[in-house]
Design a protein around this ligand. Structure first.
Ligand code: SF4
Length: 328
């Protein structure tokens, strides 16, 4: 009989690591699928790569930022505590995984989901709903909560080593940690997930974005993860780097269409201005940048790079109470 080909939805978190390990221990041909998104913390992809390397798992990456964004705007099944449309998101993930499975001529999908671990998307009823909507009934193995698997392929069912299947439920991760120890899996990421759609501060910025732009703009969405954000008007915002890494990342994302700000003869932040800048807003932006320089001075020289050219202004740092009012 030909070897079973499995695709594991691999996030790099402990549950997905264990699911991949189990699929490998079954003796199958296993591929990992990492569904990347602009809504993840930057470290998530790096962690996933690192752990996949340790497991010897080849990893395919597919970006789901755009459909995830559409789900954030208009979720069919609603949001969780913040702007996380988890049910819609899981359907998107499984649909993408199914397409990849078909492309690879694979037999089954493997997911590390544990029934009852998450209140919104991992209830038994939601899991069934997701399978149905994603069209993956009969091809999904959940080795950590096997009673929630949906397998119809005889070839797979008859080849399963059932000693490697578990019926874990609930939020305690003690059984998962026990398995990790048994299989010498250490240094896995903490369960405080890397999805920023569950992060209150990020979602405040995202709500502000939705109110202003609505269309998908990957550059601005990436900028939401960086720096300090200020709303200068309903049409104008400023993003100011907090440290060296922020400054470098903001600079990389700064396009010619955004205004760029930096202090001239002292250390301080790099900032970008998005939207229509008129004289009042421009002055405000310059004073905010001046506020975050190292120099304690009554006035600071700040440069702005605009489509019309590069200009420098001497301005006084903006008062903290005004800064607080403008902060998103
Ligand atoms: S936590 Fe984020 S990535 Fe995970 S299912 Fe919910 S929205 Fe999707």
């Amino acid at each position: 009989m030909s070897k079973i080909k499995a695709v594991v939805l691999f996030s790099g978190g402990l549950d997905s690591i264990l699911a991949a390990k189990i699929a490998l221990l079954q003796g199958w041909e296993v591929k990992g699928l990492f569904l990347d998104s602009v809504f993840y913390q930057e470290k998530v992809r790096k962690d996933a790569y690192k752990v996949a390397g340790i497991l010897g798992l080849s990893l395919e990456i597919i970006d789901i930022s755009l459909p995830q964004y559409e789900a954030v705007k208009n979720p069919r099944f609603g949001w969780g505590r913040n702007l996380n449309p988890c049910l819609d998101c899981r359907i998107i993930m499984f649909r993408k995984a199914k397409q990849y499975l078909e492309k690879e001529k694979g037999d089954i999908l493997v997911s590390g989901e544990v029934v009852g671990e998450r209140p919104f998307s991992q209830r038994r009823q939601s899991m069934r709903q997701i399978e149905k909507a994603a069209g993956i009934e009969g091809i999904l193995l959940r080795p950590l909560s096997h009673s929630c698997s949906s397998l119809s392929l005889e070839k797979v069912k008859s080849s399963l080593n059932r000693e490697l299947l578990f019926d874990i439920r609930g939020r305690s991760r003690s059984k998962q940690m026990e398995l990790a120890k048994k299989w010498a899996i250490f240094n896995y990421p903490s369960p405080a997930g890397g999805c920023l759609l569950t992060d209150a501060q990020f979602c405040r910025r995202l709500k502000d974005y939705l109110a202003r732009y609505f269309d998908f703009d990957i550059n601005i969405l990436k900028l939401l993860k960086l720096g300090r954000h200020f709303s200068l008007s309903s049409e104008t915002k400023l993003i100011v780097g907090r440290h060296k890494e922020d400054n470098a990342a903001i600079k990389e994302l700064a396009r010619d269409t955004y205004l760029q700000f930096f202090p001239l003869s002292c250390r301080g932040p790099f900032a970008v201005g998005i939207g229509r800048f008129e004289e009042g807003n421009l002055h405000l932006a310059l004073r905010i940048v001046a506020r975050y320089t190292d120099k304690e001075a009554v006035s600071v020289e700040v440069v702005v790079v605009r489509p019309q050219g590069r200009f420098s202004y001497r301005v006084s740092p903006l008062e903290d109470e005004v800064i607080c009012r403008l902060r998103i």
